[in-house]
Design a protein around this ligand. Structure first.
Ligand code: 6XA
Ligand code: ZN
Length: 343
């Protein structure tokens, strides 16, 4: 399996985030990608190559121009004011405020385009996120040209990022960008399956009123788990997209039997959709030892996930999302990919 990876991810290196009232070192750190790359190479799964430059056009198919312009300029604007620390928002336009006027104040701009305070912007955030989008697009292009599957190994992750907002460590929605590239390449029906522990609220928002991209997410119940305000079972799509969004919220602590029942339901639905391509938002924070999540998957379960996905028989792009048990993240991702290759 081809792996597309860029070292530019290292430029996105936040120092701290707020976790349970405490300032703690960021969970989403560069070492995550290093461990995945090492495990991929150790397993001899295939070629690792750098992304091609796909420009901004395929990213603008998903994200709003003013949001992209903000991401591209915000660090330089901050540095011009003498700022050196990570950028974090402190004020948000909730219900009743206007979001059509972009304030001149930088911190106010951060709030306009974000939904949490846990996603620091650093000097290399834009470069890293852009390289990640190009990793996903390069993986998608390889699959569109005939490869059975490809893996986009990038960070920061993407599935919480929506049309014009960031959060949950995510800035550009790589999986959504890859799914859109399949549509733009002529696929009438695409399936996007999110197996990260957290609901892919950004991906859901992007495709909620569309019938061409079926979005499904298996995740911790948002009543107790991040991102809290989306991801319930009654969110089934809107307008033309009604019936093309499916959420499988499971109580935190759910056992693996329950998790695989949800996977089975999601897989059946992908087949029923008549999908011509599959994009997988591959978070492995479903791992038993993950520090911020509460499911119980381990190596054999990750392999089983890969085996079930390969049985769908679809051209498949894997896009890395979460997973914070850094020492195990590589083996867990590789178990999924090996299950896929061996099935
Ligand atoms: C709050 C937790 C963010 C979860 C990020 C994640 N700081 N999403 O793993 O998939
Ligand atoms: Zn996650």
């Amino acid at each position: 399996m081809l792996c597309v990876h860029s070292p530019l991810h290292r430029g996105h290196a936040g120092t701290h985030e707020i976790y349970r009232g405490e300032l703690v070192p960021c969970f989403e750190k560069p070492e995550r990608a290093d461990f995945v790359l090492q495990a991929f190479q150790r397993a001899g799964l295939g070629e690792v190559r750098a992304p091609d430059d796909h420009g901004l056009a395929p990213i603008e198919r998903i994200h709003a121009p003013r949001y992209l312009a903000f991401l591209a300029r915000v660090w330089d604007a901050w540095a011009a004011q003498g700022g050196t620390r990570d950028l974090l928002p402190a004020v948000w336009p909730t219900r009743g405020f206007r979001d059509d006027i972009e304030p001149d104040n930088l911190v106010a701009q951060l709030g306009l385009y974000s939904f949490d305070s846990g996603s620091p912007i650093t000097a290399g955030t834009w470069t890293a996120a852009l390289a990640g989008a190009h990793c996903a697009l390069t993986a998608q292009a390889a699959v569109a040209q005939g490869a059975r599957a490809a893996f986009s190994l990038a960070r920061p992750p993407g599935h919480h990022a929506g049309t014009d907002f960031y959060g949950g460590y995510c800035f550009l929605n790589h999986a959504a960008i890859a799914a859109q590239a399949f549509v733009d390449g002529g696929a009438a029906r695409v399936a996007l399956l999110d197996v990260d522990y957290h609901h892919g609220n950004g991906t859901q928002q992007i495709f909620y009123d569309r019938s061409d991209v079926l979005f499904q997410s298996i995740h911790g119940d948002p009543r107790t788990e991040y991102p809290f305000y989306l991801g319930h079972a009654d969110e089934t799509g809107a307008g033309a997209g009604l019936g093309f969004n499916a959420n499988y919220p499971l109580p935190a602590g759910s056992d693996n039997t329950r998790w695989f029942e949800a996977l089975e339901a999601a897989c059946r639905r992908i087949t029923a959709h008549g999908a011509q391509a599959l994009v997988v938002s591959l978070g492995v924070d479903t791992f038993e030892g993950d520090p911020i999540s509460r499911f119980h998957l381990r190596g054999p379960e990750f392999t089983r996930l890969g085996t079930r996905l390969t049985a769908l028989g679809l051209p498949t792009v894997f896009v890395l999302e979460g997973g914070y048990a850094v020492a195990e993240i590589g083996d867990n991702v590789v178990s999924v990919l090996q299950g896929f290759e061996g099935g």
